[in-house]
Design a protein around this ligand. Sequence first.
Ligand SMILES: [Zn+2]
Length: 410
Amino acid sequence: MSAMGVVLVLSDAVRDISRHHTQSVFLDDRVLVADTVREVLAAKQKWARWSRKLGLEENDQKVVALAQTQAQRLAFERRGLSQSQISGQLRILGVDYLSQGCDGYGSTRQQKTVQALGWRLARAPLPAEVRTSLYRSRIIPSLCWGWWFQDMPAEVFNQAYAVFRKVATVHHMAARNLRVIMDGHQLCPYFVAFAQAFTQLRSLVLKGLPWPGHGQRHSWVERVRDTLGAGGGGALALGRWTHPTEGNMDVQHDNKDKVLHLVRESWRRSHWEAFLAKDRRDSRFLRGTAYHPRRYKWAAEAFRDGGQHVKAVLTGAALSLSVQQVIFEGAVQQGCGLCGDAEAFPTWEHLAWDCAGFAARPARPGDPLSCRFGWPQRAGPPGRVVVEHLAAVREQVLGFRPHGRRGARL
Ligand SMILES: [Zn+2]
């Protein structure tokens, strides 16, 4: 039977049962919602009667009941449902509904399918830019759909990032936090999932509907509040939040883009702070350097326009001969093979700013962020002189082969 045929055949039944019960019907699938087990089973019996009248047969094996309490679970069992048909979690049109006290999200079959698609994309013989674009348009929307009642767990985010590393050919030594903010919020499942939860909640409230699940765990309101408060903020009142660095946000009265902009800034700032807290050489070097939105914007523009070495330098995947020596030989060696200085250690600082092998270079910036990562201090191409110099140094270091060693891919 065609989809339109199913709708026509079931239309009288849908209208009749909707008069007394809350339900959502999609072709021959339906969700029945009621305050008590008795009511929901009464609605189920009405559907069984209608189906017999129409010459159809209900498939009881496909019935799944969401029990929110132990009493409801026992009530369903007493009325004939098997334990396997009673769940603490339901997934309806891609959205998980949990009973109170249930924390089990884990990886669903849908996420595993999305992951499998992502790995296939990672192996596709396409340029990294094309694969990244497909990841943004095909993988991210499926992966991020439905996280309305709970933040995306770190497990799901980490699995997605493992795929993304291959898809976009992320440099092995890049700082993940820097790479995430350079790639931007549209490629971050965590952010996209939150933006959907926030936008849909806002639409609901602006239509005058009650705040869904206010004060309940795993509810829509609490999920949005938790993420907005993740940077140390807190709720001022229902629908209003304050953030220590971004200021106040009002879901109902502020422009949606303004709120999402503030959340993006908070998201970037938290990644920057997470990067500084890492036990990395560059994190230690930059500790105490505050996040600055304008510096980030100029760096992100250089990242977007730059080649692989520019992208690497901007995200902490700079590479010195000293680092190569530690990786391949276990210890740093005195003497720079690029300029022949027997006294110098070929560190990033030496290669970028002292090495005679790179004599044609801009003056060493006093600003540590520019000096180490080449993050521009001004807009446009004039601000990119330093990062382009550092990218050229990285390229030459990668091609350098001391003692007949093969070039490294780091
Ligand atoms: Zn040198």
